[in-house]
Design a protein around this ligand. Structure first.
Ligand SMILES: [Zn+2]
Length: 361
């Protein structure tokens, strides 16, 4: 059967050539489509691949200039592979955080000001005029600096040790991050040349910068240092795995730093919540001191159904509602007899509690 079909097909083609007819491939009904993007044949519709072909170069170029600290090298000179694997190792929530933080689209003061949510982008923890993502990693606030140094000297040091990092490389990474955090300059000549360590430091210092190092955008030379060391000790460990493990840890440290920053920035709000709670409790106490003797018959339940102790122990919402209802009850007895509101209306009188106290709405 196959042979017969083959013969027929060949005969058909021969005849077509003899008659000088144009030949083209017929796309059969169930045959998959193949299409070309910028001259590259794609056999299936893979949105990542299409995006890369269409916008890959432009995206890289865009991010060369849109970081807080621009790189002096094109983005494709970054060792992206370990950064990609490390990012994928994070939970989806942390990955989202990292995308937002690293692109600057996170609730830092610069972005909040840009969105007109606050009036000034100033850092709340030091006197810096603008708090962008990069500043969060270099804030002059002494608490944040100590917090970061602790993380580096414990968590990062542990992983560097576990991953059998070349000893000089290990010391250099910790020393450099702490120096950068303090705002000190890095001089590559202070470090040894062994296994190309000084070259790696120089490239990061001059071209990729240390902010990018923290974000996992490393020079490929770091991997080379570890690679050479592993070869020298005849280890079969992979330098890519080493790189990925360290970058993964750095990403977690960045997350930790951001969390700590939030804790400090929102500490005032925490205090406000305490103050608000105290204020509500004082108001309730005052109402019980005044008592309900003069209240209208229909409002007497406010003292009959609630007692002071249980009310003080109840949740904020209940307390706020009780005070709002009590204000309405007090208001009702001040009204002239004929204009007395119905129960429905008194219930509608709402008071809101904001930072300025209770106000009618
Ligand atoms: Zn700051």
């Amino acid at each position: 059967m196959n042979e017969k079909m083959d013969t027929l097909a060949k005969k058909f083609i021969k005849k077509q050539i003899e008659n000088n007819k144009e030949r083209y491939t017929v796309r059969l009904w169930y045959k998959k489509w193949a299409f070309y993007v910028n001259g590259n044949k794609l056999a299936n519709v893979n949105k990542n691949a299409i995006y890369e072909y269409l916008y890959g170069v432009e995206t890289l170029q865009y991010w060369e200039n849109h970081h807080d600290e621009p790189m002096n090298l094109p983005s494709n000179s970054v060792d992206w592979e370990p950064a990609r694997i490390a990012l994928n190792r994070l939970s989806i929530g942390l990955r989202r955080f990292f995308w937002k933080f690293s692109s600057g689209h996170i609730g830092n003061r610069h972005m909040l000001c840009h969105r007109n949510e606050i009036e000034t982008p100033e850092c709340l923890l030091c006197d810096h005029h603008e708090e962008r993502s990069s500043h969060v990693l270099q804030c002059k606030n002494v608490k944040t600096r100590l917090h970061c140094e602790n993380l580096v000297k414990t968590k990062l040091a542990t992983i560097l040790e576990e991953q059998k990092t070349e000893p000089n490389l290990q010391r250099a990474i910790i020393r450099i991050i702490c120096k950068v955090r303090r705002g000190d300059n890095i001089n590559p000549n202070d470090y040894l040349r062994d296994h190309g360590l000084r070259d790696a430091i120089r490239e990061q210092e001059e071209n990729l910068k240390w902010y990018h190092f923290m974000m996992g955008r490393w020079s490929p030379k770091w991997r080379t240092v570890q690679e050479r060391y592993l070869t020298s000790i005849k280890s079969k460990r992979s330098s890519l795995r080493w790189c990925t493990a360290i970058i993964h840890k750095l990403m977690l440290i960045v997350w930790d730093i951001w969390q700590y920053r939030n804790q400090l920035v929102f500490a005032d709000d925490g205090q406000l919540q305490v103050e608000e709670r105290n204020r509500i409790n004082i108001l309730i106490n005052q109402e019980f001191i005044i008592g309900g003797e003069h209240l209208l018959e229909e409002d007497q339940f406010l003292f009959e159904d609630f007692d002071l102790d249980s009310l003080l122990r109840s949740d904020a919402e209940t307390k706020k509602n009780w005070i709002a209802r009590m204000n309405a009850a007090r208001h009702a007895i001040d009204l002239p007899e004929e204009a007395q509101p119905t129960e429905e209306e008194t219930g509608m009188t709402q008071l809101t509690f904001d930072h300025f106290g209770w106000t009618d709405t």
